[in-house]
Each structure stands twice: as C-alpha cells, then as structure tokens.
Design a protein around this ligand. Sequence first.
Ligand SMILES: [Zn+2]
Length: 200
Amino acid sequence: MPQKKAVPWNKGLKGWTEGTKAGFQKGHPNYHTEESRRKIGDFNRGKRMAEETKKKISMANTGKESWNKGKIAWNRGIPMSKEAKEKQRSAHTGPKNSQWVDGRSLLPYSKSWRKIRKEIFELYERKCQLCNEQFVEKKLRDKNFITAHHIDYNTQNNDRNNLIALCNLCNVYVNKNRDFWKELFSLIKSSEIPDRYDYE
Ligand SMILES: [Zn+2]
C-alpha cells in the first residue's frame, strides 16, 4: 500500500487571483500597496495559510485540543458603559456609518448585526482567519480592515456558526471557489477535518 502523503491545502484550486489581475496593474485605481501585495504574495504561495490551517487541522485531528480553545465564547457579551455605548451610537449612526445603505441600517436587523459582527471580531481577536493579519478598529480612511464573512454566503444567516473573521482583501477572494471555502470554514468551525485535506 502506498504511503500516505501530505498535500497542500490548496491543491486542485485554481490560482486565487485568477481573473483579477487587471486589478493589480500599476495605474489602475485598485493597484495594491506594497503591503497588500506582500500579503497576497505570501498567501498565494500558501505559506502563511498553510501553517495556520495545518495547525488547526492537526489540532482537530489529534483530538487533543481544539484550535479555538481559550477563545471568548460566542455569546459572551462585552461589557460597555452607557456613556461608551451612546458615544459609539452617535458616531456610527445614519449616513456616517460605513454600512449605510439608503436607510436600511434603521431596521432592527442592522442593530443586532452590528452587535453580532463585533462579537465575531472579538472572538477572532480581529485577526483575519486566512492571512492571520490583525486589524485595529476601522478608521474612516483605512483601506484594509476586518470583516465578518458569511460562510454559507447567505447574508441573512447571521447565526454565529455561519460567521468567520476575514480581512476585506481576503474576503474578495473567497467569492471564487465558493464550495471550497464554505467547506473549509465550516470545518474550521466544527474542528472536523476530513482526511482528504491532509492525505491522498
Ligand atoms: Zn486576510
């Protein structure tokens, strides 16, 4: 019987920047900064992702310790003073809010979404689960920031198990190969990694 062989996490995937090269060309409005190009480079070579993901996969497989052990529980509220709440509310209400879309943020749905999103950011310590970069709270002009990604791509499904922290750069790329990402993120969430991601 042939020996089991480790394969890279991204085996069989097409280049993740495929079809997006126009966005990276000099002079193009979306031309990346040195920083973001470095990140994309690292990611493309699969180094950082491989290390981080392999760690999670191996932890899940050994059954010794969950990769998310010691992280804050989903439902654990972050205590906040009334003053701080009000300050935050007034600073992010209406058109000033980056999520503002023709008044839709006035719906109760949005309020809970903001809260859920914040919990997701806290849970992952504001670290992108693909490139592992950590992001501070978004300021108006920040080009790179943390987002909450819907694992099943259904933006109405705000179940905490359906959300994972990704930076805006990585979030763009998970729109391709959706089945792959959906499965990988689900597995990371449940810490159940099937053999085929490790062996062939
Ligand atoms: Zn990222």
